[in-house]
Design a protein around this ligand. Structure first.
Ligand code: HMG
Ligand code: MG
Length: 307
């Protein structure tokens, strides 16, 4: 398989961590209901391709996201010890109860930077979301679980338009204060551009939330995901959410398309001499296999070029 010529860049990390969201963000938006056995195989293949953090599923209300209603069944089919991090999404205590019963070791709560999306995605007000998350984080940490927190709509919101940096930082800071160890900044509808990425990371640093706590979560709606990821790397961020084959999108966010494709990020990283630990050929093979199961080609440019 073709590989990029390695020409290192400037002000870039030696290695990055890819936090793979394909089984969760990728599959939550698919029309077809994917059988749990296929999802389990997808997770196993991703880990075999070298991914060390794979978000497996969501313990949300099954009517809100029917695609992931089989979360408990899926966890039974997956060995949670095959990778160091195999988190699941939980919005509330009911979700945490289900996650604890399933034996997971890391959960991710998901907050919104805007009132509109908090209401649509969580059935909560902006402030109400913190009341919902507070006991989730406290109980999860008490049980020895790691807690990651997402902030959605960091770069724009389909109902509210521009989102002030201060509003995003305020929500993120409050999630860190609740006890989240990693904050993933979501461009849910993929509208952000590199200068905006740089400004948001700088605003978090000014508020005392440094790059070591941040992860970036880009959707590729406007083709900006890879440029935004490179910019964030230049700012010192080393954890990037990505989805194998570029699957993804949030069913409650208008115009959200796929995530940054893991293969596109790995190709760029390899060319820059940045270590990801991922076997690109094995990953492409996995995305092609998944695309066959979903009945449509992968939207990832690297997958298309390499397969
Ligand atoms: P609600 O209707 O307000 O829930 O939904 P409720 O607390 O009023 O409870 C109603 C009933 O639901 C109760 O049952 C609960 O037990 C049950 P009843 O007593 O009536 O029989 N229930 C649950 N059942 C199973 N699992 C649960 C659960 N919670 C309540 N966890 C809720 C509130 C938060 C549950 C709902 O809004 C929800 O599930 N939202 C999730 C939406 C979602 O998953 N969106 C996609 C993920 S976010 C995303 O993709 C963005 C991200 O990628 C980052 C980015 O791109 O920006 C992360
Ligand atoms: Mg997302």
């Amino acid at each position: 398989m073709r590989v990029p010529q390695v020409v290192p860049g400037e002000r870039l990390p030696a290695e990055i961590t890819i936090y793979e969201v394909g089984p969760r963000d990728g599959l939550q938006n698919e029309q077809a209901i994917v059988p749990a056995e296929v999802k389990a195989e997808f997770v196993r293949r991703l880990v075999a391709a070298g991914l060390r953090a794979v978000e497996v599923t969501s313990f949300v209300h099954p009517r809100w996201v029917p695609q992931l209603a089989d979360a408990a069944e899926l966890i039974e089919l997956v060995d949670l010890n095959i990778a160091p991090r195999m988190p699941v999404l939980v919005p509330n205590e009911r979700g945490l109860d289900r996650a604890l019963a399933a034996g997971v070791r890391e959960v991710a709560i998901f907050g919104s930077a805007t009132e509109s999306f908090a209401r649509r995605n969580l059935n909560q007000s902006l402030d109400g979301q913190f009341t919902m998350f507070e006991p989730v984080v406290a109980r999860a940490r008490g049980a020895g679980l790691a807690v990651r927190a997402y902030v959605s709509m960091c770069f724009g919101d389909p109902w509210e338009g521009d989102v002030p940096l201060t509003q995003v930082v305020d929500v993120g800071r409050r999630l860190v204060e609740l006890g989240a160890s990693q904050l993933s900044l979501g461009d849910t509808i993929g509208v952000g551009t590199p200068g905006h990425v740089r400004a948001l990371i700088a605003s978090f640093a000014e508020a005392g939330v440094g790059v070591e706590r941040l992860a970036m979560h880009f959707h590729d709606t406007y083709g900006q995901a890879l440029a935004n990821a490179l910019t964030a790397m230049q700012c010192g961020v080393t954890t990037f959410d990505a989805s194998a084959g570029g699957l993804g999108g949030c069913p409650y966010a208008e115009s959200a398309t796929g995530n940054l494709a893991t293969e596109d990020l790995v190709w760029q990283s390899q060319g820059l001499g940045i270590e990801t630990g991922v076997d690109l050929a094995a990953l492409v093979e996995t995305s092609v296999w998944m695309a066959e199961r979903l009945g449509r080609p992968s939207p990832s440019r690297a997958v298309q070029a390499l397969s």
